[in-house]
Structure formats: structure tokens, C-alpha cells
Design a protein around this ligand. Sequence first.
Ligand code: IMP
Ligand code: MG
Length: 177
Amino acid sequence: MSIQPEPKVLFGCKEIETAVSRLAAEIRGDYHDKHPVLIGVLKGAFVFLADLVRLLDFPLEVEFIMLASYGKGQASSGNVKVIQELGSNILGRHVLIIEDIVDSGLTTTFLLDYLWKKKPTSLKLCAMLDKPSRRRTPVNIDYLGFTISDKFIVGYGIDWGEKFRNLPNICFVEAED
Ligand code: IMP
Ligand code: MG
């Protein structure tokens, strides 16, 4: 039997807007003349990416990659796979990964390694949320929205068993592993 958890707000729309604006300003400063490729990691980053790109007023391209590391539970399997490939070549491009959450770090580490093999000129990471207490492998986050404690997040594109992606706020649920 599973109990439907009640999501509680961690960051509301105003706080999210402020964080995304700050990140957009940092990214604009570094990439305005670089024609970067932003790679959204599906599915969790789709809302964040949509908010972010609308604040970036310079030429850029958007690609997506879909990775699987989680089943319906709350812990990373550590076994990361590419479910959907990029739609274009990133050879010689400035690439910025857009992630929802860095948790154990296993997904991001896999992705950085996977994308470096495609020989981009540069490769950096932007994540909305960081849960450093759960890290199993070190990850350097170049652009970060919020550092959070060990909470299970839903909303703002992020799911729990495919539920709650549509909540506008960044919320957390108290559910079991
Ligand atoms: P990692 O491999 O453990 O760093 O996990 C990376 C991915 O797991 C994230 O990009 C999310 O898609 C998912 N994930 C990590 N923490 C949470 C959470 O609190 N809620 C929902 N998904 C999460
Ligand atoms: Mg993700």
C-alpha cells in the first residue's frame, strides 16, 4: 500500500524567479558571444530550462538528452543509461548542461564523461538544486540555484514516480525509500 504524500513548499515562485534571474545573468556574462548549446536533461530539467532560456537574450541552441538512473523509488541505481540521444553534433561547441538536481552525482558524472567524448570546446554544468549531503562522487556545479538538505523534491518539473512535475513551486515530500 502506498500513501500519496502531500508536497510542501520549499521555494515559491518568487524565490525561483530570483534564482533563475541570477543564473541567467551569470550565464549571459559568460556565454553571450559563444553561441552555446544548452542541453536539458530530461525529464526533470524541462521547466527550469524553459524559464532560463527565456531570460537569455543572445544566440544559443537547445538540445535534450534523456537519461535513466532512477526507477520509481527515491535512490539512484547508479546505473545510468542514455534513453534519448542529442539531436545535433556538439563537436567544437560550448556546451552547458542544464540539470534539475545533483544528488548522488552519479548521473552528472556519467553525463559529463559521455559528453566530453563528443569533443565539445567547453562543457559546464548548471543545476537548479544541489544535495551535497548525498554525494557519492564529487561534482563541480558551475551555476547553481539552491543548495538544499536531504529532502525528496517534487514540482518545477521534478517528479516522484512521474507525479507532481506540474507543481509550480519547488516542493518536498516526506516519503519512504
Ligand atoms: P543522482 O545521479 O543521484 O545525482 O541523481 C540525479 C537525478 O536523480 C536528478 O537529475 C533527478 O532527476 C533525480 N533526483 C535526485 N534527487 C531527486 C529528488 O529529490 N526528487 C526527484 N528526483 C530526484
Ligand atoms: Mg535529472
